[in-house]
Ligand binder design. Structure first.
Ligand code: ADP
Ligand code: ADP
Length: 217
């Protein structure tokens, strides 16, 4: 199954992608995670991406698309994948459609996590991420026992550079201007399913899995 998860920064895409990918036994492919890994490893791709990420802007399409093309061609992605954070504008959505068409596939579903701006700011302001395993925490909504370390692997937790208030606001503008149009793009193609992303994580997961079951039946 090939699924796209879309929603504003902080909607809970990374959190839900983990559960949905596990439920469907497909890899989760997060462009943000891949960029951050390249930044921490000091690769040329990371150096290029960092300039844009720190400002809360999108990394240029040619860089992002080439990276996604490579990743979805890897053996573990042959049977499907869950894309978290890609596509992020209509140009990327069109290229993804064309890439899939070339190999005789299409997306099965685009799931939109729906949540308002106020909640997004609350979620992003308290987000913490594990440097070692990538697990996502929240200082209020999902706090680890030790605020500095990951419950899962004991790795050090950090606050993303782009989760500062001014950058959060800019990322929301970028979402509304550049990413929100893909919601209409997929709705026009009858591929879009909206999922209410408010309330506890497990309730959102339940709604997401119910939406997948409805599609399969
Ligand atoms: P969030 O979790 O806040 O939605 P991500 O982790 O998905 O953010 O992405 C972090 C940053 O990585 C983005 O602000 C952007 O700079 C870059 N990025 C991620 N995916 C893409 C993409 N598909 N196109 C361009 N830039 C991207
Ligand atoms: P995205 O990938 O869309 O940017 P994340 O999955 O990283 O979003 O979630 C952003 C923050 O919100 C994290 O700190 C996460 O722990 C928290 N979070 C995710 N889902 C919920 C929820 N349903 N209720 C409260 N907090 C949540």
């Amino acid at each position: 199954m090939r699924i796209v998860l879309v929603g504003p920064p902080g909607a809970g895409k990374g959190t839900q992608a983990e559960f949905i990918a596990e439920h469907l036994s497909i890899p989760k492919i997060s462009t943000g995670d891949i960029f951050r890994k390249n930044v921490s490893q000091g690769t040329p791709l990371g150096a290029e991406a960092k300039k844009y990420m720190d400002a809360g802007d999108l990394v240029p399409d040619e860089v992002t698309i080439a990276m996604v093309k490579d990743r979805i061609s890897e053996p573990d992605a042959v049977g499907g994948y869950l894309l978290d954070g890609f596509p992020r504008n209509v140009a990327q959505a069109k290229v993804l459609d064309a890439m899939l068409e070339e190999i005789g596939h299409c997306l099965d579903m685009v799931m939109e996590l729906v949540v308002d701006d106020e909640e997004v700011v609350r979620r992003l302001a308290g987000r913490r991420t594990c440097r070692d395993c990538g697990q996502i925490w929240h200082i209020v909504f999902d706090p680890p026992a030790d605020p500095e370390h990951c419950d899962r692997c004991s790795g050090a937790l950090f606050q993303r550079d782009d989760d500062k208030e001014a950058t959060i606001r800019h990322r929301l503008e970028v979402y509304n201007e550049q990413t929100a149009p893909i919601v209409d793009y997929y709705a026009d193609r009858s591929m879009l399913v909206g999922v209410d992303a408010t309330g506890p994580v497990e309730n959102v997961t339940g709604r997401a899995i119910a939406a997948l079951r409805r599609m399969e039946s």
